[in-house]
Design a protein around this ligand. Structure first.
Ligand SMILES: Cc1cc2nc3c(=O)[nH]c(=O)nc-3n(C[C@H](O)[C@H](O)[C@H](O)COP(=O)(O)OP(=O)(O)OC[C@H]3O[C@@H](n4cnc5c(N)ncnc54)[C@H](O)[C@@H]3O)c2cc1C
Length: 434
């Protein structure tokens, strides 16, 4: 039976860990790869007595120290951003879903819109504290090397060097023990993140044709922004189907560039006016307040639509090499016969195609996903660039796993979780040939 447990102090949580019960420790449950509902029972196998442990009742704290911020407990991205802004600082990476917890973001190796300008959350973290399997507090440094090495494991990640995340965790820095390992090796309790200076921002929108009719301008925008990472914070696209959920009906898509006001003129002069096939007249500016308001509206309306129509969204999370963005659009074009939306991180060639299938179309979507991940493997793309693997993508991971990956997972589980109490149905428990 899955049961639920919350803790209101670290001491309570430590006492619980010492009971050695197989558990899944979670934050805001916004994961798109773990169904935090009774359907999780379908994935538990031998661990049907798994306990879901809610970490959101723990005390929270934020402190500002120079250009770093210290975060303890279940602080959300919205809370962290408000805190940083009140200290004239900002954060260089956060997931689109800001009700998610920052510490969970380490566990999932979160990235997001500003990854285009500043890299991934992993790049920003300098220190992590976690509770190990004996409930002892341990510190990890972003400056130190990962203490275990399997040469073939490290070598297998080289083709992914320029992606946000490889199919398996990096395991290069000491902090990597907790990054992308999805809570399978301990419970994260605090971290330190580097921040950036706060700047007045604007959102520059480009009206472009619908990608399924003509994605040539999408490609041109992608290419034009590459030299301006950091000057431009983010380069996102949303297709006309998604825009509808924000209450607007357009014939084409929108691309949004997040730009500090001080760079706006330069971006118009050096980027926008140089995009082949695009007229500056098809651009408009939106304030951060308006942008946030619209962005918040969309997921709520989409969720309501899904609930009312008994639809379960099924999405991709793959990033490809810049030269293969065209092939990714072409591939997604084959899928437009089933209701869908396309949105995501255009500047990073990382787009989420979300099927919104009727119940009778779900099997077909699963079949298409199987073929798709096979294709991503052939492209040497990153199959799960930011949302993680959880339980829903475990089967798709198998195609990407090598002997050294299984070897590394087993070694880490034996050292850090010998009693298999941390998320024992996560991907690190996969066995070769299963
Ligand atoms: C609309 C939408 C947009 C999204 N956009 C993005 C995006 O742009 N980028 C992105 O990266 N993700 C995105 N996500 C995915 C999701 O928000 C992230 O994976 C997020 O990091 C999950 O945070 P959470 O607090 O909800 O964690 P949960 O869903 O509660 O848990 C996720 C995983 O983290 C582990 N975990 C949680 N807390 C801890 C802890 N303290 N210690 C150890 N392990 C822990 C859990 O065991 C679980 O494996 C999006 C999701 C939605 C619904």
């Amino acid at each position: 039976m899955v049961s639920f447990k919350g803790h209101t102090s670290i001491a309570d949580l430590q006492a619980y860990i010492k009971q050695n019960r197989p558990s899944l420790y979670h934050g805001a449950t916004t994961s798109t790869v773990i169904p935090f509902t009774k359907s999780i029972l379908d994935f538990l196998g031998d661990y049907r007595d798994l306990t879901l442990v809610d970490l959101t009742g723990l005390p929270k704290k934020m402190e500002h120290e120079g250009d770093e911020v210290f975060i303890e407990g279940p602080v959300t991205w919205s809370e962290l951003m408000a805190f940083c802004h009140s200290h004239n600082r900002d954060i260089g990476c956060y997931p689109t879903e800001k009700s998610a917890c920052v510490l969970s973001g380490l566990a999932t190796s979160a990235t997001g819109d500003r990854c285009f300008g500043f890299g991934t959350l992993r790049d920003l973290v300098t220190e992590i504290t976690y509770l190990n399997d004996k409930a002892q507090e341990k510190k990890l440094s972003g400056q130190k090397h990962f203490p275990h090495e399997i040469k073939a494991y490290s070598a297998s990640l080289e083709p992914y060097r320029h992606f946000k995340n490889p199919p398996v965790p990096w395991l290069e820095r000491e902090t990597d023990l907790m990054i992308g390992t999805e809570g399978q090796l301990g419970v994260i309790t605090s971290c330190k993140l580097r921040t950036i200076s706060w700047k007045n921002l604007t959102y520059l929108f480009l009206k472009v044709p619908h990608w399924a009719d003509d994605y040539s301008i999408h490609l041109n925008v992608h290419d034009a922004v590459q030299k301006y990472r950091g000057t431009i914070y983010g380069c996102e696209m949303m297709d006309k189907h998604l825009i509808k959920f924000g209450g607007r009906h357009l014939s084409g898509d929108l691309i949004a560039l997040e730009v500090p006001l001080e760079h706006l003129e330069l971006v118009y002069e050096k980027v926008i006016s140089k995009i082949d096939g695009f007229s500056v007249d098809d651009s408009f500016e939106v304030s951060p307040e308006q942008y946030r308001k619209n962005r918040q509206k969309r997921p709520a309306r989409l969720a309501e639509f899904l609930r009312q129509n008994n639809i379960v969204k099924m999405g991709t999370d793959s990033q490809v090499k810049p030269t293969l963005l065209k092939d990714l659009f072409e591939y997604y074009k084959k899928w437009v016969d089933i209701p869908h939306t396309l949105f995501g991180h255009l500047g990073d060639a990382h787009l989420h195609f979300n099927f919104l299938p009727r119940p009778d179309q779900r099997k077909e979507c699963e079949r298409r996903f199987e073929q798709f991940y096979h294709q991503v493997a052939q492209w040497q793309g990153s199959p799960f660039a930011e949302h993680g693997i959880g339980v829903l993508k475990k089967d798709y991971l198998k195609e990407f796993l090598k002997d050294s990956h299984y070897e590394m997972f087993e070694m880490l589980k034996d050292i850090y979780d010998p009693k298999r109490i941390f998320f024992p149905v996560g991907y690190m428990n996969l066995k070769q040939g299963q």
